[in-house]
Design a binder for this molecule. Structure first.
Ligand code: SAM
Length: 314
């Protein structure tokens, strides 16, 4: 089903044409013709926002804190931040929020959808409206700044000494949007986590996990939905180690990487996406990686895939 608000020719825009994407939990989502990908998996936007971003954040950890700092990379329709802010509003924890996103249209379309608006409190809707109209918001002990544009460049506008408790990382998949999963960008992002800070992503790709590890983060695996028995991971939780605190091996919706996942990191799939200038096109980044994969001596991902019973790999 196409959303009538999106029928104009958007070939020149970063997302191309946007159409409505129906998900299993009934939440409103979109699909981009340029990236040829939906904004959320078929399980649904609200389910993903809770299970992959909110639960592993464990905001109850921050009860004694006046304020936490959160970065949303790829705001899209705003589900991940909206879920987190909704949960924080019922506590006394304040928030310093920063958002990165290349295109305003997903949030604009979401705020025109009754289905989307019916999920959120008026406070959260006011914040989302302010992000769209004023690129900033403020209330009681919280404030936010939205940076529209290519996240690779816009992230440099965040003060250098500002680090985050939580990073919600939700770019399109590495094969469709490699520019946001490059070794260089992930390293920059990882350095924006304070000790003990957590990055959450739905992505379980070996290349991404290896880049996050090289950036000094400790990885865990997000637990798949019970009905997807064959699935081996629903994403990654990456934590910056802290000298005065031990990283828990298990937590709400995460577990340690399995042997299968550790071995995935030793295959060709673990060759990173490289973007040294931070300005390359996805085509250039993918071609560079393919060349490196052809020249490397690592185990083929297909062999790993067969050894583990032929389940889907990245
Ligand atoms: C999977 S969607 C994000 C979904 C979002 N978190 C939500 O809850 O609706 C990926 C988003 O990345 C954005 N994007 C793609 N390339 C980008 C870039 N270079 N810089 C910033 N945002 C980008 C797209 O516009 C899209 O909104």
């Amino acid at each position: 089903m196409k959303d009538s608000a999106t029928k104009t020719n958007f070939d020149s825009s970063p997302l191309g044409e946007l159409s409505v994407f129906e998900t299993e939990d009934g939440s409103y989502s979109l699909k981009s013709s340029h990236f040829q990908e939906a904004f959320h998996s078929s399980i649904g936007a609200i389910t993903e926002a809770k299970k992959k971003f909110l639960f592993p954040s464990q905001i109850e950890r921050f009860e004694a804190r006046k304020q936490i700092k959160v970065l949303d990379v790829c705001l899209g329709l705003g589900y991940n931040s909206a879920c987190l802010i909704e949960a924080l509003i019922s506590t006394s924890i304040g928030l310093e929020w920063w958002g990165l996103e290349i295109d305003r249209r997903p949030l604009k379309l979401a705020l025109n959808s009754q289905k989307f608006k019916s999920i959120w409190s008026s406070s959260v809707l006011e914040i989302l409206e302010s992000i769209l109209k004023s690129n900033a918001w403020e209330r009681e002990n919280s404030k936010g700044t939205m940076l529209w544009g290519d996240a690779r460049q816009k992230i440099k506008l965040i003060p250098e000494d500002l680090t985050f408790d939580l990073i919600l990382f939700d770019a399109f998949s590495p094969s469709h949007c490699p520019e946001l999963w490059s070794e260089e960008f992930l390293n920059y992002i990882a350095n924006k986590l304070m000790p003990g800070g957590r990055l959450m992503t739905y992505c379980r790709a070996a290349a991404v996990r290896k880049s996050l590890m090289r950036a000094g983060l400790q990885l865990s695996s997000l637990i798949p939905e019970p009905k997807s028995e064959k699935d081996w991971s629903a994403g990654t939780l990456a934590i910056r180690p802290s000298t005065n605190w031990n990283i828990p091996l298990k937590g709400p919706n995460w577990k340690p990487l399995s042997i299968k996942e550790e071995e995935h990191l030793l295959t060709r799939a673990a060759i990173p996406y490289r973007d040294p200038s931070g300005k390359d096109t996805s085509k250039q980044i993918l071609a560079r990686r393919q060349k490196e994969q052809e020249q490397c001596k690592l185990e083929s991902t297909n062999d790993w895939f067969r050894r583990w019973g032929g389940e889907q790999s990245n």
